[in-house]
Design a protein around this ligand. Sequence first.
Ligand code: FE2
Length: 397
Amino acid sequence: MKAILLFLAIEFSVHFQIFKSSNFQIIKLTNMNAQDDFLPINGTDYIEFYVGNAKQAAHYYQTAFGFQPLAYAGLETGLKDRTSYVIRQDKITFVLTTSLVPDSPIADHCKLHGDGVKVVALWVDDARKSFEETTKRGAKAFLTPKVEKDTMGEIVMSGIHTYGETVHVFIERKNYGGVFMPGFVKWDPLYRPPVTGLRYVDHMVGNVGWGEMNTWAQFYHDVMGFNQLISFDDNDISTEFTALMSKVMASNNLYIKFPLNEPAHGKKKSQIEEYLDFYQSGGVQHVAMATNNILETVAMLKSRGVEFLRVPDAYYDALIQRIGKIDESIDPLRELGILVDRDEDGYLLQIFTKPVEDRPTVFYEIIQRKGARSFGKGNFKALFESIELEQERRGTL
Ligand code: FE2
C-alpha cells in the first residue's frame, strides 16, 4: 500500500494495475501485454566502457574476472582514433574502448568521468523501430539508425541518451553471423585464463543526481515502456543510515532490470553522493553478474586479485536467525564475506567488489539467486546493524 501511495504521490497520472506473483509485485502503469510492448528487448547485448588504457583494462578483466577474448578493432583494422577490445564470459559481453587521440568524445569522457560505462547496449529485433518508438516518446537521439555490413551480414544499430552521459544503443543482429560486429576482427591471443562462472547480467544500477530518481523512473516508463518492480524491500527505502533512495525499473519481459539510486541525507555522506562527486554526473554504479555457484566464483575471483567489501564478522552470528535455513554452511560464507538476503520467494547470495578503478565509482556485484527476486536491500540494514554491534562491543557507539 505504501508503495502505491508513493507512486500516486509522484504524480504518475496514467492508470496502473498491480500484478502480484507471490510477494513480488510489478506496477504496470499501462495495461500492456507482451504483444503491445513497443520496445521488446531480448537481453543486454554488451556494456561498453570508455577507459584510459583498453589494452590493460582487457588484461585485468581477463586475468581477474575470467573474461575470454572475442574481438578487436583498432589501427590494424583501419581505425585511426580509437581501439576496442571485446571480451565475453557466457552471456556477458564487455567492450573496452580507448581514444588514440587527445580530442575526441572518448577522451573527453575519460577526462571528465574517469573509466566508466558509456554504452548499455540492448539486443532488439528491430533497431529502427526501437529508435522511432523511443524518440517519439521524448528520448534524445544519440545515434540515428545505421546499418553496418561485412561479409558475415549486417547489423542495424541506433541509440538514445539516458542519465548523465550514458547511452542506450539498440542492436539488431538477426542478419549477422560474425564474431561480434562489422569492423571487428576475431581476437585470439594465447593468454586465456579460465572462466570464473559468471553467466549473465542480472541487473545494472544507475546513480542519478539529487531529486532525479523519479524523473528517470518516469523516463524509463514513458520512453521505454518499463514498469516499476515493487518487492518487499522497498519498505526500508530510506532508513536512518542507508542514505539513498532506490527504485527498480524493468522491461516488460523482466529481462532488463535497472535499479535507480539517488542520494539522500543520512548520518554520513551518501555513497551515491560520493559517486556523483567523482564521476561528475549520473552514471552506471554497478553491474550485477549472476553465477550458479557463488562460493566457487568468489573464491576464484579473490585468488585472482578481485577485492571485495567485507561486513563485520558479527553479521554471520545473526545470519541464520535473520534469514532462516539455507543450503550453504555459514563458515565458507563467512570466510569469503558473502551476504545473504531473503524475500518471500526464496533467498539470494551476493557480494560487492570494491570500485575497480581509482575513482570510487563503478563496482561489481556477484549474485546467486535461489528463488529470491529482490535485490538484497535487507543487507544494507544488516550491514549497518552489524557495524553498530561492533561499535557497541568497542564501546564507541
Ligand atoms: Fe545490485
